[in-house]
Design a binder for this molecule. Structure first.
Ligand SMILES: [Cu+2]
Length: 227
């Protein structure tokens, strides 16, 4: 091979190496690159309930669509709020879910979604008070719902009435007005199950189902249930 050829190959390999280093540093510095999975199979002993904490925010505040509504997950390993809304969960295990709901609300288009279904005792709590149905025509309405259609689970998340609304995620419960909703459910057998919001909250889109509503990882994600 000519000297020029070797030089070209060396230069090419050098540039690839520089590119990989830049990519690795950028990946490391980018918090919670959306679309990733959060592993809840090793956060507790086998057979013990899984504690899963999420929040719903009116504007995610970063990424390609900063104004979109979104859920965020509290990473059980680091305590950080990240926009990774696919959860790896053990099969046939109780999940104790806490949702901090930071968004304002409105009446539901379908009052049926005000019913709590598919959770333990078909009930949930909001700020400590048990409820089985929320009339979204009262109070500040419903901000979002959390639903896992394949197991018939729907929980309405009451909207926030306060003017102290968090403008951009991640929203800290210690700082901004929110409603704390808790409920439990049992994971099914192994498989991939989608979860989503059923409140048409993609405002400005036909039927309200555009924007964050139709984009995975904003108003929806997956439960990757493993044995
Ligand atoms: Cu929503």
């Amino acid at each position: 091979m000519s000297k020029g050829g070797r030089l070209a190959i060396s230069l090419g390999l050098f540039l690839v190496a520089v590119g990989l280093v830049v990519w690795a540093v950028a990946a490391y510095l980018t918090p919670g690159t959306p679309g990733g999975e959060v592993n809840f199979t090793n956060t507790q002993s086998a057979g013990q309930p899984v504690n899963l904490t999420v929040e719903s925010v009116g504007s995610i505040g970063f990424g390609p669509h900063p104004s979109w509504v979104s859920y965020m997950t509290k990473d059980p390993h680091t305590g950080q709020w990240i926009q990774d809304n696919t959860w790896v969960l053990p099969a046939n295990t109780q999940v104790n879910m806490t949702v901090y709901q930071f968004d304002s609300g409105s009446p539901l288009r379908n009052q049926q979604w005000g019913q709590v279904e598919g959770t333990t005792n078909n009930s949930a709590t909001v700020n400590g008070a048990s409820f089985t149905h929320f009339d979204s025509r009262t109070g500040a309405g419903v901000g979002h719902t959390f639903a896992i259609p394949s197991i018939g689970l729907v929980v309405p998340l009451p909207g926030v009435a306060s003017s102290n609304i968090c403008g951009a995620g991640p929203c800290l419960p210690s700082k901004w007005a929110h409603n704390t909703v808790t409920f439990s459910f049992k994971t099914p057998g192994p498989g991939s199950y989608n979860w989503q919001c059923f409140v048409p909250c993609g405002l400005g889109y036909l039927f309200g189902n555009g924007g964050g509503m139709s984009q995975e990882n904003y108003m929806g994600g997956f439960l990757d249930v493993v044995r």
